[in-house]
Write a protein that binds this ligand. Structure first.
Ligand code: CDP
Length: 244
């Protein structure tokens, strides 16, 4: 992975980060519900320099049939990075990382989706990373929740996601690519605010127990900010005049 600069100052003496943000300041986030006419639901998100499109299809028949479950619906998630989404061209073949992130996002969405309401069927979530800049799994999970809601899939809540982390021994909100690569810790969090449930929590790096607790707190507060933008995107489409 490129972009690492050993001389980069991740946090200056005024508490300002390498991209000009304060420690608890998220990147600019823009979410749009809808946009793809051939999908049952869709969403587009810009999360800093991440640009991600999500299409949702279903509930629909499962092929091959033996993969279906008579008691419940199933959720299938494909996280896919365009070769041009990163500085150094990504091999178009599915990578281990993409397979892992697909699984992580699926498991983070499952508690939110009322799969029991549509047995024998599948809901497919296709995530296309058009541009990546650190934190794509959180941005993708956030957009996937909006796309599922846009598809009218019954849900307990939407999952909002953002990463907390640590740079220069300081806990920060919303880890960018440079901070991810040169920082001390990255903790992606997915959270359902109404249900007050964490559905995604990963940690790359080392934290003290106090820092761990602080990261979870900061991350959950960040998810609440993201959640407001998810609701706004749906409101704009269904009750505003910016929808399709
Ligand atoms: O994107 P996320 O932070 O969820 O996952 P990661 O595996 O921690 O990757 C961090 C970042 O590394 C990505 O967001 C991309 O910007 C970058 N990356 C890359 O440059 N080339 C790859 N083949 C994969 C990731």
């Amino acid at each position: 992975m490129g972009g690492r600069d050993a001389t980069m100052v991740l946090l200056d003496e005024n508490g300002i980060r390498c991209d000009g943000r304060k420690i608890d300041e998220p990147r600019r986030i823009m979410i749009k519900a809808g946009g793809l006419k051939n999908a049952d639901g869709s969403a587009y998100i810009e999360f800093g320099d991440n640009k991600i499109l999500v299409g949702v299809f279903g509930p629909r028949d499962v092929h091959p049939k033996h993969m279906s479950n008579t008691d419940t619906g199933i959720l299938r998630v494909r996280y896919h990075m365009e070769p041009f989404s990163v500085g150094e061209r990504k091999n178009p073949a599915p990578s281990r990382r993409e397979i892992e992130i697909s699984k992580v996002i699926k498991e983070a969405l499952e508690p939110a989706v009322m799969l029991e309401k549509f047995p024998r069927t599948a809901v497919d979530v296709f995530i296309e990373i058009l541009q990546a800049d650190g934190g794509t799994r959180c941005a993708a999970l956030t957009a996937a929740s909006v796309a599922l809601a846009d598809a009218g899939i019954p849900m307990r809540d939407m999952v909002a996601a953002i990463a907390a982390g640590k740079v220069a021994d300081t806990v920060i909100l919303d880890v960018n690519n440079e901070e991810d690569q040169a920082g001390q810790a990255d903790m992606p969090i997915g959270y359902m605010p109404s249900a007050e449930k964490i559905t995604l929590l990963q940690l790359d790096g080392v934290l003290t127990p106090e820092e761990y607790k602080k990261c979870v707190e900061v991350g959950v507060e960040g998810c609440k900010l993201v959640y407001d933008l998810q609701k706004k995107a749906l409101n704009d489409k269904y009750f505003g005049n910016k929808g399709d």
